[in-house]
Design a binder for this molecule. Sequence first.
Ligand SMILES: Nc1nc2c(ncn2[C@@H]2O[C@H](COP(=O)(O)OP(=O)(O)OP(=O)(O)O)[C@@H](O)[C@H]2O)c(=O)[nH]1
Ligand SMILES: [Mg+2]
Length: 473
Amino acid sequence: MPILDNKAYQKQLRTWIGDPALTFDLLYSASRDGCNGQAFHSKCNNQGPTVSVGQNSAGYVIGGYTSIAWTSSGSYINDDRSFLFQLLPNMVKFALNGYEDYVYDNANYGPTFGGDHDLLFISNSYNKSGAYFNTNGYSSIGNTYNTNGYNAQTFTGNNKAYLDIEVYAVKQGNLEDELYEKDKPWRKTDINDWSNKTKDKIFDELVSYSTPSPAKVPAARLLLVGSVGAGKSSFFNTVRSVWKGKVRSQAATGTAPQSLTTKYRVYAIQGGHQTPAFRLCDTMGLEEDQGLDVVDMSYVLDGHVPNHFQFNPAVRITRKSPGFVKDPGLADVIHCVTLVIDGSTYKVMPPKVKDRLLAIRTLARGRDIPVHVVLTKVDKVCKDVAEDPSVIFHSRLIEKKVKEISDAFGIQSNHVHPVRNYESETSVDPRLDILTLNALRQMTGSAEDYIEDQLDDMEEETDTQMSKINIKS
Ligand SMILES: Nc1nc2c(ncn2[C@@H]2O[C@H](COP(=O)(O)OP(=O)(O)OP(=O)(O)O)[C@@H](O)[C@H]2O)c(=O)[nH]1
Ligand SMILES: [Mg+2]
């Protein structure tokens, strides 16, 4: 049985390498392909990152990782991501200690690590005698890699009789059914159960939400922007469904090459309950060569664009546009920008659309407006989440997607909220409601901070003006 069939070994290696979605494909096995450098290089050269691992007759399982492909270059490869490890008897990583000569890529050697060789499996050709290859392997750990208090004896058992030496290609894999353990979510939240009780708790928080000055700013304005079909209108419909307790579709949704939403809509959430003190502002989808551009977006952010404004992809918004709000106040501006991103198609988002989203983020930042991301269609990203949305904070695939988007847009990862909109459901589900409400709670919280800061600034300005008047008089 290949050594890395052991799931615990795989899990540990993924953690050490730092990517939860890695797979290990067997490239080379000394037992199968021959125990010599040529056989190893013929199977492993130009195969990208690899893990090499051996099991010896003393029962030690040891090896090394390199992120750079073997090529039989005859020289040292300076790979600052390489490391050595022991998987049995203990799980220990030996990281680089700062000295160079990380990986030795000699055509006549097996996988070899470190100057003077912190780990060498073979530099000759061997046949099995009994169950083992009696090799010339050795370890002088501590040259290039940290010893962690280990020595050749405790690292390899000072044993060079290998049952097998194997090398695996380390590849990006699909972890659809890989969930973190129950008590180890990738994000810590206060959602301990996914029942109506939790939903009601967050719902009540949002119902009693108010801006720092309801007289000056009756409601926080949360702007939804994103590419065509990202799920902006569906997010609004989902929020409305939560309020109604029934699946509702007020805003038109669907799939079309061009944006289905063509009007700017500032939606208040109406339902059997009090209208909450936030508004969702739905916009037209961003497209590569048409749709909202940066100037249009500045007008939207600054509160110049009236509710029901009819976007015209071919005509830019100007001060002469119908209904243009000439002198908007703090109540009219956007208080939180939410980029709505389809998790299932993010990888193929056209670069121009991504650039537009980045430009909007920059516009918002320039105005100190907080930026969040609502990551939609998580059911299409991870099938475990499709079956049971309550495992969302345990899904490695969702974690990875959140990280990818947080990195790509420079947005802190706890501002990226994975959600699942209602689309074909006929009845509400507390698990979907909780995700939606949780996202809204974060967005309204940030909007509150923004409004507070703006009010402080305005107060300061008034104070300065007053003191100027006092000085004059
Ligand atoms: N599976 C799944 N489908 C979704 C989700 N959210 C939205 N959809 C579907 O995606 C499609 C597009 O959604 P919309 O809400 O119309 O997207 P939009 O961003 O408003 O698009 P435009 O207004 O055209 O720019 C619809 O068919 C929705 O049913 C989700 O979380 N999961
Ligand atoms: Mg829409």
